[in-house]
Write a protein that binds this ligand. Structure first.
Ligand SMILES: [Zn+2]
Length: 309
């Protein structure tokens, strides 16, 4: 079975304006890194458009329509100070969520062992009824609900190692005991959520905040003693990774000091758990990562592990 890469050229057409860190060059850097010879075994598929029905499992239908109606015919529009959209943003957002839906289909059907979605805009800050933090729709949550609705994969765990807390995924997951949200993130930092005391209504949110300047030892300790045991105990039917690479030491938006090896190690550990509990089914989706060289090398380290784990 393959590792499948889902992406779409429309994700490059989400234009956030000059100087915005969440830029199309991020995706170009990721795709270039995955073009090298060692990745020739990656199966490549175009991301379909997510349907309104698929999105409305994670967001109210009126909210989805409101966001899509904000997409301007020219220039830019602002959802908030950070979250800027352009004429291409609507299709990009639908392809980003659609990639995760298709990736879930691919691993649930047994076509793919696991999948990586190289897409933008990212999704983990998008709450049930609020787009924010560069995110329009919550791609990971749309995938989790699709796994349940289309494939009967009832218990879905999301592990989010983006340097920012995924307030959106936590917001959507916290009232459902069959969904688990786990996060390592720098704290304090945007968006200000993710305290260790935020546990969800059923103990189904597991937050492991890390102080600025934390590096490999602190990250691996939190993974080993908090995150991995929580996923092991939860016994998911599917594991989704919110793969942000902005905890990398070279990232300009935050102050953690992870290396490519840390992302590879975390991927390997998560892959081990997926093999134990869910037939190795892993769907990974790109979130943040703002130093282009670090983003490229860390993504390559992550996907390399997916291919060989
Ligand atoms: Zn981030």
């Amino acid at each position: 079975m393959f590792t499948t890469l889902f992406t779409h050229a429309a994700c490059l057409d989400h234009d956030t304006g000059l100087g915005h860190p969440e830029c199309a060059d991020r995706l170009r850097a990721v795709l270039a890194a995955l073009e090298t010879e060692e990745f020739y075994m990656l199966e490549r598929q175009e991301a379909p458009l997510a349907t309104l029905e698929q999105l409305s499992r994670a967001h109210p239908r009126e909210h989805i329509e409101r966001i899509l109606a904000l997409v301007p015919e020219q220039e830019h529009a602002g959802i908030d100070a950070d979250t800027v959209i352009s004429p291409g943003s609507g299709e990009a957002a639908l392809r980003a969520a659609g990639a995760v839906v298709a990736a879930v289909d691919a691993v649930a059907s047994g076509h793919s062992r696991n999948a990586f979605c190289a897409v933008r805009p990212p999704g983990h800050h998008a709450e049930h009824e609020k787009a924010m933090g560069f995110c329009l729709f919550n791609n990971a949550a749309v995938g989790a609900y699709h796994a349940r609705a289309a494939h009967g994969l009832q218990r879905v765990a999301v592990m989010d190692f983006d340097v920012h807390h995924g307030n959106g995924t936590q917001d959507i997951f916290q009232r459902d005991p069959d969904l688990l949200y786990c996060s390592t993130h720098q704290s304090p930092l945007y968006p200000g959520t993710g305290d260790a005391g935020e546990k969800g209504d059923y103990g189904n949110c597991v937050n492991a905040p890390l102080a600025a300047m934390s590096g490999s030892p602190e990250f691996r300790h939190a993974m080993t003693h908090i995150i991995l045991p929580a996923i092991d105990h939860f016994k998911p039917d599917l594991l989704i990774i919110s793969a942000g690479f902005d905890a990398h030491s070279r990232d300009p938006l935050a102050g953690l000091h992870l290396t490519d090896d840390d992302f590879a190690w975390a991927t390997r550990k998560l892959g081990d758990l997926a093999r134990t509990h869910c037939g190795a089914r892993v769907v990974s989706v790109l979130e943040g990562g703002y130093n282009l060289r670090a983003l490229a090398s860390a993504t390559a380290a992550h996907v390399r592990e997916l291919m060989y784990c």
